[in-house]
Design a protein around this ligand. Sequence first.
Ligand code: KDG
Ligand code: MG
Length: 409
Amino acid sequence: MKILSAEVMVTSPDRNFVTLKVITDDGVTGLGDATLNGRELAVASYLRDHIAPLLIGRNPHQIEDTWQYLYRGAYWRRGPVTMAAIAAVDMALWDIKGKVAGLPVYQLLGGAYRVGMLAYGHASGTTYASLSESIHAHLERGFLAVRVQSSVPGIRKLYGVVNHSEPSGVRFGYEPADRGTRPVEEDWDSAAYIRYVPKVFEQVRQEFGAELPLLHDAHHRLTPIEAAKLGQRLEPYDMFWLEDCTPAENQQGLRLVRQHTITPLAIGEVFNAVWDFQQLISEQLIDYVRASATHFGGITPLRKVMDFAALYQIRSGFHGPTDVSPVGLAAQLHVGLAIHNFGIQEYMEHSDATNTVFRQNMTFRNGLMHPGEAPGLGVELDEELAANFPYQAAYLPVTRLHDGSMHDW
Ligand code: KDG
Ligand code: MG
């Protein structure tokens, strides 16, 4: 069996997605997700111009060999563009292997180890009343865990908070990128944020009780000592996790956070290689691995980093925003179903248009996700429909402090 061709498709059913389709000489096809929010065309070019020609004639069953060939062989290792491109190839090859075997990918990873995966949705609100309504809507939808984000007095526009009075194409969460040729500018005030967020969780616990798992994402905005302060102030509300409390380039900063708080920490959605986790895992500075198959080089390295994390009782909390396509989401569901140290799965829910273009077998029932029983990844792209949704420039917002200077993501 040989790879005949590899095609790159960029489609925008409510948001942009980059999908790789690998075609073999006996007609089996595999899909991979290479979506890199706001930098989609760079990955599409990397795949089309530099990777697709290398795949032709290779044996699609040699997944490890192809992964190492693209990773070690490029000389220029790592980086989000490279690793999203390698991820798409890796996923497509697992998809092909599953289809040839007649088995869903999770079976090839060792089989189902749980009946389904606990998922959390994104509740948010610009007022406590709208936040409460959003949490209720998630519970009615079946979620057994919720991420809670709220507007903060003193910050005009805060990322991750939906203004429910404005119509949007997104059912429950928010869309991370805004269409347009330049990013929207938002503002930030760490002191106001740290003062306000614990009050929100106090109200949420009062209304929803002690048992509901609650998560919160700080989107890399705090310094280590600020993160430590927030973690400590959230302790009475028994968080499932505090996510991306500080930018993770300075990994030693996490030691400081750890020394001061027992609030569990989740990090890694912007990481793209196991090396990014080496110190955080081996020094037990985090509790959850936030990698996604799409930005981390695919199923192969995601499985490896989770086996490494298992040595330290660190669990998965894979990144599942709308900018991971249904193909990428399925890839991580297959891993999550098979590993021992699954923790929780983010499920931001794609729009109806996305779900029509990508035909899927995944299910969400009683708060649990499952990748389905179709051979391979279980997701197919309707290419005719996809062609109706050409690429549209869209970007994540940028953040400025009140003095006009840029702030961390
Ligand atoms: O592309 C970036 C988004 O996926 C990210 O901002 C969403 O923080 C996020 C999350 O936790 O889903
Ligand atoms: Mg996040």
